[in-house]
Design a protein around this ligand. Structure first.
Ligand SMILES: NC(=O)c1ccc[n+]([C@@H]2O[C@H](COP(=O)([O-])OP(=O)(O)OC[C@H]3O[C@@H](n4cnc5c(N)ncnc54)[C@H](O)[C@@H]3O)[C@@H](O)[C@H]2O)c1
Length: 261
């Protein structure tokens, strides 16, 4: 699919995992790419070197988006580095597991802030320029947990269900301006985010990490293999192509059959 290479994209949480794969996808396609995330200086330098091989501009912000001020900082850093993005990928996310009756309030607040409220603030601040340009793409990396629940994930499920709802509202409100808003809902993806859950199973059951990974993934997915981060990147790219111009308000699972059950 031919992509418009004059466009700029902001991908939150793109120092690692899915966001990094998405950023590479857009970088390869010639977009101006705004990288973002919490990372040490060495990682940032390595990323900037890698992305300098691509044709478009590259910028980086380490704004902590768990607050409205942090989101405003990211918007301003982005405009300074690559101009107004016509594609926003809300990807940054965190996880914490505990039963609802023991869930720490600070973890609840933090997950809601990063996984849901940041997407709202960034959409609110970046949509006006997309509306003026009469073109835009909002891609929210939700989760199967935006569609179904799992035990121990009250905050994560609440945030991701909220993100799916927010995506639908944005789709309706911006349909008049060639702006689509979609949620991608991955099942298990091979990234650092799922590592603590794999390690916990390994520890609790005295099994090796590969067996723990197979058990974690197979417990939910009929296809007992985690998706590669590039699978999510390719779908994000597709949503920015010409043929996806009428896909909006959708929640697209990439989940090995998890939500088909
Ligand atoms: N890995 C999976 O199996 C999976 C499955 C479904 C959905 N997801 C979702 O995909 C998204 C990416 O997940 P991942 O697995 O690539 O995670 P990851 O842990 O590899 O990366 C998370 C990114 O978010 C950034 N981040 C976290 N908190 C931040 C904050 N307060 N301010 C700024 N940046 C912050 C990190 O720096 C990092 O760049 C998340 O929204 C996650 O919920 C992941």
């Amino acid at each position: 699919m031919q992509q418009d290479t004059s466009r700029a994209v902001l991908i939150t949480g793109s120092t690692s995992g899915i966001g990094l794969a998405v950023a590479h996808g857009f970088g390869r396609a010639g977009y101006h790419v705004m990288l973002h995330g919490l990372a040490d200086q060495e990682t940032v330098q390595a990323l900037q070197d890698e992305f300098s091989a691509y044709a478009g501009k590259v910028g980086f912000s380490n704004a902590d988006i768990s607050s409205e001020e942090g989101c405003a900082q990211l918007v301003s850093d982005t405009r300074e580095a690559i101009g107004n993005p016509s594609v926003l990928v809300n990807n940054a996310g965190i996880q914490f597991t505990a039963p609802t009756h023991e869930f720490p309030a600070d973890k609840w607040q933090q997950i809601l802030a990063v996984n849901l409220s940041a997407s709202f603030y960034l959409m609110r601040d970046l949509l006006p320029a997309m509306r003026s340009a009469n073109w835009g793409r909002i891609i929210n990396i939700a989760s199967v947990h935006g569609l179904v629940a799992s035990e121990q994930k009250s905050a994560y499920c609440a945030a991701k269900h909220g993100l799916v709802g927010l995506t639908k509202v944005a789709a309706l409100e911006n349909a008049d301006c060639n702006i689509t808003a979609n949620a991608i809902c991955p099942g298990w993806v091979e990234t650092p985010l799922i590592q603590p859950q794999i390690e916990a199973i390994s520890r609790e059951q005295g099994i090796d990490l590969d067996s723990a990974r197979a058990q974690l993934v197979g417990a939910k997915q009929p296809m007992a293999k985690a998706s590669p981060p590039n699978a999510i990147a390719e779908l994000a790219m597709y949503l920015c192509g010409d043929f996806a111009g009428t896909i909006t308000g959708a929640s697209l699972p990439v989940d090995g059959g998890w939500t088909a059950q």
